[in-house]
Ligand binder design. Structure first.
Ligand SMILES: [Cu+2]
Length: 469
């Protein structure tokens, strides 16, 4: 980023401020009431508009370069609009005049600007707003067309500014307003390129070559691995109408946007006015958006993914909508599983559970767990419903804890029921030595399942000799 052509930018800047001085004589629209936009951190957004006439909406947006967590234990220098990824959402009404104030904080290092796709005019405001740190740019535009629009920084190298998180959305409500819903959320997907691998620890730098090659290390919702899971999950009650304003900042990857366990009742394709009904997955390009509406009818976790699935399973593109309410067995039954009378091929003979395991090295198991297993099964072992089964309080695990060593060594795929929830995923085989396998199994059994240590490294060694099917 040191290579950034500062000279060129400042020359451009001079030209811009000159042109701007000439253009600024245009009088403000008369008699429009002025409203200051209330900015909210995602996944929140400004409240629906109840006004029935046009206004002059003042938006005070800051550009902030901030170091934050991109994944647990991994930090990254984000460039943001309003301190968040995505940038704070702007919400106006069709026909409004937007008076945008962009402040490039003095503590920042680089020039930035904003190009809003809701603007009609060359550059979408990019030239008017290009400013060095310690400056404010003001520019007005009329929101002529309703829709959900992406905005982003358009300062060279644009791909880098966008890759560092410089995007957000502006919703231009149609004159008649949006239909009423019970919950609204604001989610954007972006691809991130760090010089270290996925979840490599410490402060990571932007990797331009990976960006040019379009090989992201992370594909994320709302700028962080876990931004929409665990305590930060989105929530709803059964029977409520949920609307997601979803956009892709990119800079490169198209999203196959999907919510596992829901059918979108209505999709405003590409964030426009046309409504498509009963949609499973909708494609959203970088610099594009969609509005989806659905009513969760069954309680549980609905998993929000990019259905280009290795991004969800291996690069972080997973979010949750936690739905509360009474079970609805007529819509979604618990299901019944019964073993077939005679299974071809004798099952693997389990190694007898250890009678006494000498001093289990739980700390070692904890370290292995946090380094490897937590990525999928989550740091507290609770998993992701329907995607990654829980290891904590897992009936499947507790039934024969020592057998779980096979799963760690050889991986597992196919149908699986844990605590009544169905899974059908792929757990890759883990290349761990005997000590680590024993340690992690013992750790999970003791710390997460109220059990005892069940395996020694020697037993794991023996288990390796036994062939699995
Ligand atoms: Cu920028």
């Amino acid at each position: 980023m040191k290579e950034f052509n500062y000279k060129r930018a400042t020359t451009l800047l001079a030209a811009v401020s000159c042109a701007w001085a000439f253009g600024s004589t245009a009088a403000a629209e008369p008699a429009l009431p002025t409203i200051v936009q209330e900015l909210v951190a995602p996944p929140g957004l400004p409240a629906p508009i109840t006004r029935k006439s046009a206004a002059r909406v003042v938006v005070n947006l800051t550009v902030e370069e901030v170091e934050k967590e991109i994944a647990p234990g991994t930090r990254y220098m984000f460039w943001t609009f309003g301190g968040t990824v995505p940038g704070k959402m702007i919400r106006v009404r069709e026909g409004d005049t937007v008076e945008l104030h962009l402040q490039n904080l003095a503590s920042n290092k680089l020039p930035h600007n904003i190009d809003l796709h809701a603007v009609t005019g060359p550059g979408g405001g990019a030239a008017q707003t290009l400013i060095a740190p310690g400056n404010e740019a003001t520019f007005t535009f009329k929101a002529l067309a309703s829709g959900l629009y992406v905005y982003h920084c358009a300062t060279a190298p644009v791909g880098m500014h966008v890759a560092n998180g410089m995007y957000g959305m502006i919703l231009v409500e149609p004159k008649e307003g949006m239909t009423k819903v019970d919950r609204e959320y604001y989610v954007m997907q972006g691809d991130f390129y760090t010089n270290g691998g996925y979840r490599a620890e410490g402060l990571q730098n932007f990797d331009m070559q990976k960006a040019v090659d379009e090989k992201p290390t992370y594909v994320l919702f709302n700028g962080a691995d876990g931004a929409l899971t665990g305590k930060s999950s989105l929530t709803a009650n059964t029977g409520e109408k949920v609307r997601l304003y979803f956009g892709v900042g990119g800079p490169n990857l198209v999203s196959s946007f999907h919510v596992i366990g829901a059918i979108f009742d209505r999709v405003y394709g590409d964030g426009g006015s046309h409504v498509q009904q009963n949609v499973q997955t909708t494609l959203v390009p970088p610099g594009g958006s969609t509005i989806v509406e659905f009513v969760p009818k069954v309680p549980g976790n609905l998993t929000i993914v990019d259905h280009s699935l290795t991004r969800a399973f291996n690069k972080g593109a997973v979010g949750l909508l936690a739905v509360s309410g009474a079970p609805q067995p007529e819509i979604y039954s618990q299901g019944i599983k019964t073993p077939l009378p005679a299974v071809a091929g004798a099952p693997v003979k389990p190694v007898a559970p250890a009678v006494a395991v000498a001093d289990a090295p739980l700390a070692r198991g904890k370290a292995v767990f946090e380094r490897i297993c937590a990525a999928c099964h989550l740091p507290d072992g609770t998993g992701v419903a329907g995607v990654f089964p829980p290891l904590a309080k897992s009936d499947f695990f507790q039934e024969r804890p020592y057998e779980m060593a096979y799963i760690v060594m050889h991986g597992r795929s196919g149908e699986l029921v844990v605590n009544g929830q169905h899974y059908n995923g792929v757990m890759p085989a883990q290349d761990l030595n005997d000590e680590d396998v024993a340690a992690v199994i013992n750790y999970i059994n003791v710390a997460m399942n109220d059990g005892k240590p069940v395996l020694t490294p020697a037993q794991v060694k023996d288990m390796r000799q036994i062939k699995t099917q």
